[in-house]
Every structure is written in C-alpha cells, then in structure tokens.
Design a protein around this ligand. Structure first.
Ligand SMILES: Nc1ncnc2c1ncn2[C@@H]1O[C@H](COP(=O)(O)OP(=O)(O)OP(=O)(O)O)[C@@H](O)[C@H]1O
Ligand SMILES: [Mg+2]
Length: 112
C-alpha cells in the first residue's frame, strides 16, 4: 500500500476530489495547511491577493491505496491540480505497512 500526500491549491480541491471519485478512489483526508516552497520570501498570488509572507494557505490531501492504484491517482492529481504557475504544489509518496478498518477489524488492503 502507498500513501499519497498532495499539497495543492485550495481552489483545486473540488476538481481533484471529483476526478478521484470518478476514477473509483474511495476515501480521502483533507487538511487546511500553510507552507512554502522554493519561492520562500517571494510573492505568490492566493485569491487575487499577493502574499509576501512565508506561509501561503494550501490544502493537503491524503490518499491511501494499493500499490497498483498509486500511479493512476498521482496522474489524476497532477493533471487536475496543475495551473503551470509557481505554487502548484507537490506530491509525496510513501509506503504504508498496514491499515485497519476499525468497525470490522479487517486489515491490510481489505481495510482501504
Ligand atoms: N520540500 C517540501 N517539504 C514539505 N512541503 C513542501 C515542500 N515543498 C513544497 N511544500 C509544500 O507545497 C506547497 C507548494 O509548494 P510549491 O509548489 O511552491 O513548491 P516549489 O518547489 O516552490 O515549486 P514551484 O517552483 O512550482 O513553486 C508549499 O506551500 C508547501 O506547503
Ligand atoms: Mg513555489
């Protein structure tokens, strides 16, 4: 299993979520976060306002899926979250050892 953590622009969340749902990915966690990338200290536009500060509002989505679903999810997120401007975000991929569905006690891929 893999965990995909994607930092995206807030206004791209709906589009990304819809595309993942349509492709059959079930389950998604979302958090409001703030961060910066390479342009630290430089200006970035968010909702028409220029941010001169270090931390710009972003959304983090977390998706755990089986190994063979991982590339498809990355492709969807990459395609739907891209504007081509600086600040489009990043996708981090890691390996998940195990998962448990609390209600049933199922574990591993059965649980996702
Ligand atoms: N190395 C990193 N570690 C953790 N979070 C990061 C990292 N790089 C970027 N982020 C997160 O992703 C958000 C968007 O980063 P951003 O897209 O600006 O990256 P970048 O490397 O500066 O690329 P670009 O040149 O396209 O802007 C940041 O606000 C931060 O929340
Ligand atoms: Mg940047």
């Amino acid at each position: 299993m893999k965990k995909i953590e994607a930092i995206i622009r807030p206004h791209k969340l709906d589009e990304v979520q819809e595309a993942l749902l349509e492709a059959g990915y079930a389950g998604l966690s979302v958090s409001e976060i703030r961060g910066y990338g390479r342009q630290k200290g430089h200006r970035e536009i968010y909702r028409g306002a220029e941010y001169n500060i270090n931390f710009v509002p972003k959304i983090k989505i977390e998706l755990v899926c089986s190994d063979n679903q991982c590339d498809g999810a990355i492709e969807i997120i990459e395609k739907t979250a891209r504007t081509g401007e600086v600040g489009d975000g990043k996708i981090f991929i890691s390996t998940i050892d195990d998962a448990v569905r609390i209600r049933t006690g199922e574990s591993g891929e059965e649980a996702i």
